[in-house]
Design a protein around this ligand. Structure first.
Ligand code: NOJ
Length: 563
């Protein structure tokens, strides 16, 4: 008898080992440290998140006090916008000291505590690494522009004469005049891809490269797990190459990634590179030598086209165009970020249709290419917003959510440029939306109209299981149970009819109906399959059903496990 029990026990252990191996094969990220493939990233600016001391500006202790909220939502990674000392002319993206912390936001002691408390809750932190340029107030640029003989002269890019293409390639057309500006003191022109107060650093100078590595080492040593690298294509531009077709130094990127991983093997580099699909490969690098993650701007723009028109064809094409990526690489998908929605890669006609629907007024548009609104006011309808979030969690990649989007916050178009989507977080119905007890705020809270903080806030939505916040929490927890979505192994199912986005991840089928109408669809190859509804399906019968026919309601989404 004992012997029999022993054999059964050994067989059981062997079974477990086999199952574990199978699991590893199916989900390599469980085993290889590719933790970022199935994480939920949350993007925030400390200064508008939560103020702890009543000075009217958010701070690190304020953020610490909200970590439980973030964890309960399912957030794994905090992406912190620049919090370094800065004149603030580009909301912190004009850095004056890469090693410091803006004193109004906190100090290094606070930061260490933030890292500790985040870790305690199983969350990681990544920082914005803004290395394309500095503020013109940065001591390096002050030194560089003090004299032509300055030891820092070659840290920036100078030209004796104003180059012919001085007004080509501006990132902020309509606001920015050119990309070369004369420095009155030394009578030469300096290069700046962005505003004139953001001179570009010169990466052909090995001293600058070494400094950036020191900077990366410094912040990794503080316990963070990676960086969102700002404006990657511009960082890689080789000075002197033509402005409209610059040559790029990808080796710089690969070395940076390698260096970061030497210092922290789990560190990730998430790149902001809004490039056409044909150019992605070099950024990810052969054999995954480059960026581990990149925002998928291409899919984002076509997704907005689909949301605006109900026509998903360009979205399907965009998804297929970005399907092939190296093993360790990952796309990051988003609905809104801290900038305008950039629609520059759509055709003019497509862009016009999105403008018409989501940004008809010129005050809503920016830089001739984008919309400076938050998601909720743009989409307007709760069912369309929920569909958009379901799509976000279903797309092949890692989702990122911008603070406030989880409750459907509004925008403030009276603020300039992209500040419209950077108003204080709306926590509750108390003074200043619970953001600050201060009498004078650094940036105004939205306190009128449909998105007034007394209507839209975390407190109210936490008490309502039908709220947008709960929808998001459900999606986050669903996604955690379906790690296959983070893999590269998926199929964009075609032939499902107009307005239907269908993605299949092995035995998972996710359907979205972008039409404000009912649809009955046939799942190709679904004849012998049984489908069990995991999520969504306002009009679907709960429980299992025989495929291939599925009915979807207007703006419906249905997540199925297939057998
Ligand atoms: C891209 C950032 O997303 C944007 O907010 C900033 O203005 C520019 N880079 C310049 O740093």
């Amino acid at each position: 008898m004992k012997k029999k029990l022993l054999i059964v026990f050994i067989l059981f252990l062997a079974g477990c080992a086999v199952a574990q191996e199978k699991e590893k094969l199916a989900y390599p990220d469980l085993d290889t440290g590719t933790w970022y493939k199935n994480a939920l990233i949350y993007n925030l600016e400390i200064g508008v998140f939560k103020d702890s001391d009543g000075d009217g500006r958010g701070d690190i202790p304020g953020l610490i006090s909200k970590l439980d909220y973030l964890r309960s939502m399912g957030v794994d990674v905090l992406w912190l916008a620049p919090f370094f000392p800065s004149p603030g002319r580009d909301d912190g993206y004009d850095v004056a000291d890469f090693y410091g912390i803006d004193p109004s936001l906190g100090n290094h002691g606070h930061f260490t505590e933030l890292v500790r408390q985040a870790r305690q809750r199983g969350m990681r932190i990544i920082l914005d690494l803004v290395i394309n340029h500095t503020s013109d107030q940065h001591p390096w640029f002050r030194a560089s522009s003090s004299s032509r003989d300055s030891p820092f002269r070659e840290w920036y890019i100078w030209s004796e004469k104003r180059p012919k293409d001085w007004n080509k390639g501006m990132v902020f057309p309509g606001v920015q005049e050119g990309v070369w500006t004369k420095d009155p003191k030394t009578d030469q022109y300096y290069y700046h891809r962005f505003y004139e107060f953001q001179p570009d650093l010169n990466y052909t100078n090995p001293e600058v490269v070494a400094e950036v590595h020191r900077l990366i080492a410094f912040w990794l040593q503080q316990g963070i797990d990676g960086f969102r690298v700002d404006a990657v294509p511009f960082v890689l531009e080789l000075p002197g190459s033509p402005g409209d077709k610059p040559r790029l130094d990808f080796e710089f990127l690969y070395r940076m990634r390698q260096f970061a991983m030497f210092r922290n093997p789990e560190a990730i580099i998430l790149g902001e590179a809004n490039v056409p699909p044909g150019e992605n490969a070099a950024y990810f690098g052969e054999d995954s030598r480059g960026l581990q993650m990149m925002f998928n701007f291409y899919v984002n723009q076509h997704l907005f086209f689909a949301l605006a028109t109900g026509d998903v064809k360009p979205l399907l094409t965009a998804l297929k165009a970005t399907q092939q990526i190296p093993e360790m690489a990952q796309w990051v998908h988003f609905l809104r970020n801290h900038d305008e929605i950039d629609l520059g890669r759509l055709t003019e006609k497509q862009r016009e249709r999105v403008f018409e629907k989501f940004g008809p007024d010129s005050s809503m548009q920016l830089y001739d290419r984008g919309i400076r609104r938050r998601l909720a006011p743009m989409l307007g309808r709760p069912d369309l917003i929920r569909l958009a979030y379901s799509v976000l969690f279903a797309l092949p990649g890692t989702p990122v959510i911008r603070y406030g989007e989880e409750i459907g916050m509004g925008d403030d178009l009276s603020l300039k440029e992209r500040l419209s989507v950077r108003t204080p977080m709306q926590w509750d119905t108390t003074k200043n939306a619970g953001f600050s007890s201060g009498d004078s705020l650094w940036r105004p809270v939205i306190s009128e109209g449909k998105y007034d903080y007394r209507q839209v806030n975390v407190g109210q939505q936490l008490g309502d299981s039908t709220s947008l916040l709960f929808h998001l929490k459900r999606l986050a927890s669903l996604r955690r149970r379906l790690p296959q979505i983070g893999d590269r192994d998926y199929e964009i199912v075609e032939g499902m009819g107009e307005g239907i986005l269908a993605i299949r991840y092995r035995s998972l089928l996710i359907l979205h109906n972008f039409c404000d109408c009912e649809k009955t669809v046939r799942v190709p190859g679904g004849e012998r399959l049984t489908a069990s509804l995991l999520f969504g399906g306002r009009t679907a019968d709960p429980g299992s059903k025989q495929l291939p026919i599925v009915k979807l309601g207007p703006y419906d989404y249905q997540w199925y496990q297939l057998f």
